[in-house]
Write a protein that binds this ligand. Structure first.
Ligand code: GLA
Length: 503
């Protein structure tokens, strides 16, 4: 009798599980025990009225956790650990900051995403599945001619580092005003670039419209142009941008025409959700498609590739019509992130030159989480590696120190040098020496102290292969300095820089 009852109850359990399967609830993770399962995060309502979801698939094996996070905008592979109810999982681009970190609480994941956004993930159901997108074959490869732009690294301002999703027409206008009144424009910062979250929805003809935050993009471009500045915009080769807004997949020609009709001067084209459709072998043809579409409009637009350096972009970026390409993941306003990004430039050095630049991401100078010494190092390194100089701070309220960094014309001149060479470093313990050859036959030399205490350094003229030094100038002190014999010695503060121009 007892045996029969057990069989009956086992049968009931099996039926119960089958029912859960049919309801799509089988992904329910082991409450309180394991992270294994499929979880859904309800997204915030976007500025175009849509409310996208994200799905996190996790597998826990002892203390090891692996999985993926998929949003409409991108997907990330995750790897990390769980201890008790606490877990931390990392994307492959950062070993220091978890992509998701949090706790399993009453069958829900309460976590922080990328150290910033609090999220709650609940067990997902089949109703949460991502929409299916038809595959579009990438075009055959052919070379897109140079558009003649960006003979020196592009300079300007971009909305993302400071505002992320909180950017609108009015803010862009006041920022354009400040670019003029602060002297940024006259120092060469010309492009005012709107990053992600400007997008609305497509109209009946498939034309992408801006959302309510940008009521008239053409009028905004007219305003920015009236200030002697240029306007940049942002999209993705995937169906969605990284922030999950509609993007250019299957609409490349149409969107390029829209951007041209708004008098846009610069496009940042961010891989994002293209990753949910293509592998890295499609990067080049997919970027070529938009390169071609931009040129077909007849309007000169700088073409900025943003695919985090995947697929050795530095080797083919020019062939798709690119003027610059990101070589790294996203910068953060932190010393370690800034240094990590610039060090990733080292193998890309031979590929920089007039018209085509490696891009270690936008500046964080003035955003408040690094010291002024660190920001001076940031600016010096970006100039030495001939990086685009796209300020990412609030130009309207700069401190005198921030102004002195961003508006240092002697450092800007190193970045904008017409020879277009990218510096490479020589390491000596905690001290790195970066040397950039300049068009006048001289060099810029930056000595960076990565250590936690001040370092004494000597620059030897013989190491710079310059013969006798006729003139040397400290570009932060704004004064000429003297080499005695072969050398010049100075003390470099922790995380600080000595930047000389030597001839
Ligand atoms: C990616 C890019 C960033 C920014 C955001 C916008 O993360 O790398 O620079 O454009 O997308 O969503």
């Amino acid at each position: 009798m007892r045996k029969i009852r057990t069989q009956k109850s086992s049968f009931a359990i099996v039926c119960g599980i089958a029912l859960l399967f049919s309801l799509g609830l089988m992904a329910v993770p082991g409450y309180g025990q394991s992270l294994t399962g499929s979880w859904v995060i309800e997204g915030k309502t976007l500025d175009n009225g849509e409310q996208p979801k994200s799905i996190v698939e996790l597998k826990q094996d002892g203390s090891t956790v692996t999985g993926t996070l998929k949003t409409l905008g991108y997907s990330v592979e995750l790897k990390g650990t769980a201890t008790g109810n606490h877990f931390e999982v990392f994307a492959n681009w950062s070993t220091t900051r978890p992509f998701l970190a949090g706790d399993l609480v009453n069958g829900e994941l309460h976590a922080t995403e990328r150290g910033r956004n609090p999220i709650v993930a609940k067990p997902s159901t089949s109703a949460d599945a991502m929409p299916l997108v038809p595959y579009i074959e990438p075009p055959p490869l052919h070379k897109i001619p140079y558009n003649g732009l960006a003979k020196t690294p592009p300079m300007g301002w971009n909305s993302w580092n400071l505002f992320a999703g909180k950017i609108d027409d009015q803010t862009v206008r006041t920022m354009a005003d400040a670019m003029v009144s602060s002297g940024m424009r006259d120092a060469g910062y010309i492009y005012v670039n709107i990053d992600d979250t400007w997008e609305g929805v497509r109209d009946a003809q498939g034309n992408l419209q801006a959302n309510h935050k940008f009521p008239d993009m053409k009028a905004l471009a007219d305003y920015v142009h009236s200030k002697g500045l240029k306007l940049g915009i942002y999209s993705s080769p995937g169906p969605r941008t990284c922030a999950a807004y509609p993007a250019s997949y299957g609409h490349e020609v149409q969107d390029a025409k829209t951007f041209a009709s708004w008098d846009i001067d610069y496009l940042k084209y961010d891989w994002c959700s293209a990753r949910n459709i293509y592998k890295n072998d499609a990067l080049q043809p997919v970027y070529q498609k938009m390169g071609e579409a931009l040129q077909a409009t007849g309007r000169p637009m700088i073409y900025s590739l943003c695919e985090y350096g995947w697929g050795s972009v530095e080797k083919w970026g020019t062939e798709v019509g690119g003027n610059l390409w990101r070589t790294t993941g996203d910068i953060r306003d932190e010393w370690s992130s800034m240094i990590e990004n610039v060090e990733k430039q080292v193998p890309t050095a031979p590929y920089a030159g007039p018209g085509h630049w490696n891009d270690p991401d936008m500046l964080e100078v003035g955003n408040g989480h690094m010291s002024n010494d660190e920001y001076r190092t940031h600016m010096s390194l970006w100039a030495l590696v001939a990086s685009p100089l796209l300020a990412g701070n609030d130009i309207r309220i700069m401190t005198p120190e921030t102004k002195a960094i961003l508006l240092n014309k002697e450092v800007i001149a190193v970045d904008q040098d017409s020879l277009g060479k990218q510096a490479s470093p020589v390491k000596n313990g905690d001290v790195e020496t970066w040397v950039k050859p300049l068009a006048d036959g001289g060099v810029a030399v930056g000595v960076v102290n990565l250590g936690s205490s001040a370092a004494q350094t000597t620059i030897h003229a013989s190491d710079l292969h310059l013969g006798k030094v006729k003139k040397a100038r400290d570009l932060w002190e704004h004064k000429d300095v003297k080499f005695t014999g072969d050398g010049y010695s100075a003390t470099v503060p922790s995380h600080g820089v000595l930047l000389l121009r030597v001839k």
